[in-house]
Design a protein. Sequence first.
Length: 447
Amino acid sequence: MKITNATKKVKSVSSTGENTNPIPTLSDIYSDGLEVGDYRLFGRVTNSNRRGFLRGAGLGAMSALIGTAIPFHRFMPAGMIPVALAETMMTLPDKDGLTVLNDRPINAETPPHLLDDPITPNNRHFVRNNGIPPANTDASSWMLKIDGLVDNPMELSIDELKSKFKVYTKALLIECGGNGRAFFNPPAKGNQWTYGAVACSEWTGVRLKDVLKAAKVKSNAVYTAHYGTDTHLSGKEGKLPISRGIPIHKANDDSILIAFAQNGNPISPLNGAPLRLVVPGWPGSCSQKWLARIQIRDQVHDGPKMTGKAYRVPNRPVEAGEKVATKDFEIIERMPVKSLITSPQSGAKSGQSIEVRGHAWSGDRKVKAVHISSDFGATWQKAKLQAPANKGAWQNFQAEVKFPQSGYYEIWSRATDSAGERQPHAISWNPKGYLNNTLFRVAVRVA
Ligand SMILES: Nc1nc2c(c(=O)[nH]1)N[C@H]1C(S)=C(S)[C@@H](COP(=O)(O)O)O[C@H]1N2
Ligand SMILES: [Mo]
């Protein structure tokens, strides 16, 4: 890491507020990389001061960007980007228009209107990192180890995966278990995802099922354990940011891929290049990025973010704000039925009618119907709903909505799946803010 670059001055702002130089944008400050940008804003992060603090030139630059003072700046942890800026100004390499919720670790979601494509392009796929992505993502030397309760442990290069197993390309949905957390009240800690921690890219790879078959999984196998090569935020050697797994019966699902390409291109570095797991329809955390090892276990995996309350919900309905004992939590498996309107963008102006488009999905199930309302749910019309491109993909819908007169409208979408499960009007609250699948709303002004 070239800290020397950090001596390059961030453009200055005069104290009168008059710009002798233009105000630097966050992109200017971070133009030489995250570490250098952090150094400019927060100063040197040492072992005794892992957080670092916003001060001096950095504080000046940040305040200028926000347009006012930050009274509690001394409590801002290094690497934290104020929400006010993140929403509009922070950009990520190879990503287009994503809202950055946190940059240490990087977490960024896609505004719904940028998810309009039937297949999500690489540069629009959300990013959920729990740690620091690995520096080495070289595909030619990457190895995947399969071990644990198998008769035939293996170590395979990506070329060997391609030559030994049948290669599949499938459109697969990844949604973070915490998507929609921002709307919980009382609020739940964690990334305040609104709608856009979901994507459906076309992934190319080999089936997990086929690889496990070749490894000869023993009959007492219970669970998989996934390991990536990203590192813990603390910098502690050997400490993992996240290692999750799935039940063996789920690992044999046809649609789970060990993927080495995304939309016909190499996987984006932030999305797990050069190799990742894609477990569609289950919490995104099951889809280990920078995948280096799959271990087969005789018990439910207990890696970081598998235990306690992580990616778990109470095993019974609870009241908003209720304290729930850890033993009453259970692991989230499939994600619930949900829909997303990707056009019009919320806040759009419209004529007397408008085309509504979006996607709907339900983990491990098909969506049976999507209904649209423009009168706050008093009446519903059925949208045209397409079949999924394949199992594990979202389904596209389309509807024509007519407005009786000018004014303010909301367009709501509500999906129902093959088991009759339907999006609720109100959040079913849980302590960690998972599984928010309330119906989707956009605002429209008819002129
Ligand atoms: N190695 C590794 N894999 C990971 C994570 C991570 O932090 N490290 N985050 C998980 C979580 S919580 C989610 S929601 C998905 C997000 O995938 P994406 O960043 O490609 O959108 O990756 C999962 N796989
Ligand atoms: Mo996630």
